[in-house]
Each structure stands twice: as C-alpha cells, then as structure tokens.
Design a protein around this ligand. Sequence first.
Ligand code: GAL
Length: 389
Amino acid sequence: MIKLTPPMGWNSWNTFGSEIDEKLIMETADVMAESGLLECGYDYLVIDDCWSLRKRDENYKLVPDPEKFPHGMKYVADYVHSKGLKFGMYSCDGYKTCAGFPSSYQYEFIDAETFASWGVDYLKYDNCYKPVTVPGKLLYHKMGLALENCGRDIMFSACNWGVENVQEWIKETGAHLWRSTGDIHDNWESIKDLTHQQIALQPYNGLGCFNDMDMLVVGMNGKGNVGFGGCTYDEYRTHFALWCLLNSPLMIGCDIRIMTPETKAILMNKELIAINQDPAGRQPCMLMGSKDGPKEQTYVWYKHLEGGDLAIGLFNMSDNPSYPWVGFEQLGVDHTSGKDLKIRDVMNQRDLGIYHDMFSTGLEPHCCKVFRCTLVPADGNYNISFING
Ligand code: GAL
C-alpha cells in the first residue's frame, strides 16, 4: 500500500549527478537508517539519472552499468530494504534520459516489470527527448498503467517540470506526485522562483498526488551538481519550512554523510515534518501575498490540520525586514467563536502562550516563522499581541 502523504527520502541528483555507484548508495542507506532520518520519516532512497549502460540487452531490458553497480540492482535494492528503507529509480518518457541513457518510450511495460523484479518501490519519470508528436498525457498514462500492472507497489513520481498543463491531467495517470516547476538550484533566487510559481498551482495539490516543488537543497552549501552559489542557513530554514507548509515531497538532495549540525536540525524538525505529513493533506490558504506580486514579498499561509489545529507560516522573501500581522477573524476565529489561539513556535519548539484577536511579528530578510495554533476557550487571559523573537 502506498501512503497518501507526501513522500520523504533522498535523491542522488542534486549533489552527485552522474557520479553515482553502489558504494555511495549503500553508505547513504546506512546514514539514512542510523542518523535519525529514517525515524523522522525519510524512507525512500532514490537513484536518479545515469545508472544504466548506454544500450539495452538482447531482450530489450535496461542494464545497470557494471562499473557503477557491479552486483546489479537487485543487490542494491536488497541492501536498501535491509535497512528498513524503500528503493527508488529513474527513467524517462522519451527516447533518452536527460543525460542521454536509454529511456522508457515504447518500453514502458518491459521496464516496469524490470523495476519490479529488482525490488523498486518508487519511479521518478522524467520528460526529456519526448517525441514532440505524442502528448505527454498519453505517455504518463502508459507508464502509470504499466506500474499498476507490474505486480509491485511502485510510487509513481512524474517529472515533466510543469509543462503541457500537467496539473489538469496528471492525477488521472496514477501519479502520486508531479513536478510542478523546473529544476531547483542551490541558491535563494531559485527558492523564491519555485515558491512564486507554486502559488497558481496550489489548488491542484492534494492527498495522494502532491505538487512536487523539486528536491531539497538544504545542506548542499553550494557544492555538487546543482550547487550554484549556495544558501545561508536562514535561507535553508525558510526553504524547508515552505516545502513543509505547501505539502511538497521532502526529498533530501545533499550528501547526508557529511551533514552539519545545522543541516541535521533543519531536516529533522519533527514538528515541521508533522505539518507536511498531516494526514488530512489539506492545502494552505493564502492570507498575505499574491501570484501577481513580486517574488520578494511576504507570504502568510495557514493550513487546517487534522484534529482542528491550524498551522500558520509567515515567510519574508524580501531583502528588508517585514512586520506581518494575522487577524484571527480571517481564520474564522472571531469574537463570536468564543475562542483564542494557543500558539507554539514550531521552528524553535517553544510555547508562546495564548493570543486574542490577532498577533503581529517581525521577520528578518529571508527568514520565516511557523506556528502551530490550538483553539482554546477565550477566558480573558492572553498575551499582548506582538510576538517577539
Ligand atoms: C531533469 C530533472 C532533474 C534530474 C535530471 C536528470 O530533467 O528535472 O530532477 O532528474 O533531469 O538528468
């Protein structure tokens, strides 16, 4: 059974590109299992592009590159599974993968069966070298059907970068997640771009088929395949909190064998992860910000969580401090409700007390705050409305 909340895990592309092999994958599996990442929910280990030979075998099957994977893929999958993890791989709906390796166009059913025979649990399905005359919709349907008939539960991760109005047809193909934007880069411009592009696509996001804002760059610190400049830790915090609040899959892209304490703290914030993995999977509503506004705006989103709590995220994407406020009337918690909000700072895991009617707060440039709010009876005891710190 494939879970309905956004997938979490690790993917080789952001840091390693074509520099992948069995040793890296097995070491990464060890770290996922032993560092606390698996316990936080990161359970899919995914090999991206560049894992195969340049030619299929005589039975038209894909062949793992024996120099990179000398024991074959079943061996790697078995090792990954032995650590309590799930195993993911990559292919593409065109003639070649983006890096020029054989791809699944017209081999969909053979490839789905091959992946199943190796013990694959997740397939990232890219869109390079797609024949221009064939609609992407047909090709994603075809692979969706092939996976559903391969005899194994395989999570279907569609990756067509948001083209061909994919949001309108992707759910029907059986995809469990779909890339809603182009490729992420490890810098603040890219975080701003992807967030801004996501606003218009939010209504399509939902339980069982999530908008994928691309793999995380947290902890890359400017190194690796997409490490174009790097971000500060404040920016990585904001990036991670945005992906959590907006229900994006959380696929780590850094080298987890050398995570710094800051990187670990960001990736393992269990209270933020709980907001991402909320079983209700509801979309956040926007209180401040607009798809027509600049990328450098302050966004405020709130999200209904299972059980009645609200998550509120405030994100300052600009280069100047900002001072957003949240009126509880906008949340449906006005004076007729008889309720106040008990607020917890999720980024720093501390209780802030009870607030009445509204709060305002300050945000440094590129910084964010995320609160988890519980409705409590209004009894006249509450804090003044500015949230410091
Ligand atoms: C891109 C895709 C990336 C990565 C790369 C591999 O199309 O968006 O996430 O998979 O191909 O070549």
